[in-house]
Design a protein around this ligand. Structure first.
Ligand code: NI
Length: 184
């Protein structure tokens, strides 16, 4: 197992469109394991392969409190099931320490494959619906701050630069002192 470096906004590589996974090879399985470990280490609830500079349609999510129920979504397709949108405070491991409200449909259908190649076909709502849509955006090169105003995007860039500098100085990731909304 290995921790993978996470790309930070506004790294242009985060704009790459992910391609479908053709076959779940041993290499992909290792990537899945590493992505899950990386997500836990960074205290995130979701991670898309795009964020670790692997541009394939692969997402890992764990919404469990004990961080013991990781879920894997390969070649996911997400369809909104409701028209009205709900606002949720989002964060992202690629945009550290920036949180803001984004509106999304809060009920969706997820079709995907899991790590063993089994078909997933579920209707989900709430946090999982928000999280999977956030991660799907990553696969299309979209970051949640794209939904915010220009001013907020500029502020987000400044904030990320500052956070990265602090991390560099400390030689490790900043410890979260206060409880923060979820990162994905
Ligand atoms: Ni994210």
């Amino acid at each position: 197992m290995a921790l993978l470096p996470i790309l930070s906004y506004p790294d242009p590589r985060l704009r790459t469109i992910a391609t479908p996974v053709k076959e779940v090879t041993a290499e992909i399985k290792t990537l899945i394991t590493d992505m899950i470990e990386t997500m836990y280490e960074a205290q995130g609830i979701g991670l898309a392969a795009s964020q670790v500079d692997r541009h394939i349609q692969l997402i890992v999510i764990d919404l469990s409190e004990d961080k013991d129920s990781p879920r894997v979504f390969i070649n996911p397709k997400v369809t909104p099931l409701v028209e009205e949108k709900q606002s949720y405070e989002e964060g992202c491991l690629s945009v550290p320490d920036v949180y803001d409200k984004v509106e999304r449909p809060n009920k969706v259908r997820i079709e995907a494959l899991d790590q063993d190649g089994n078909a997933i076909d579920e209707e989900v709502e709430g946090l999982l619906a928000v999280c999977i849509q956030h991660e799907m955006d990553h696969l299309s090169g979209v970051i949640f701050v794209d939904y915010l105003s220009r001013l907020k995007q500029t502020r987000a860039r400044d904030k990320v630069r500052k956070v990265l500098k602090i991390r560099e100085k400390q030689g490790e990731q900043v410890a979260e002192k206060e409880p923060q909304p979820a990162n994905s």
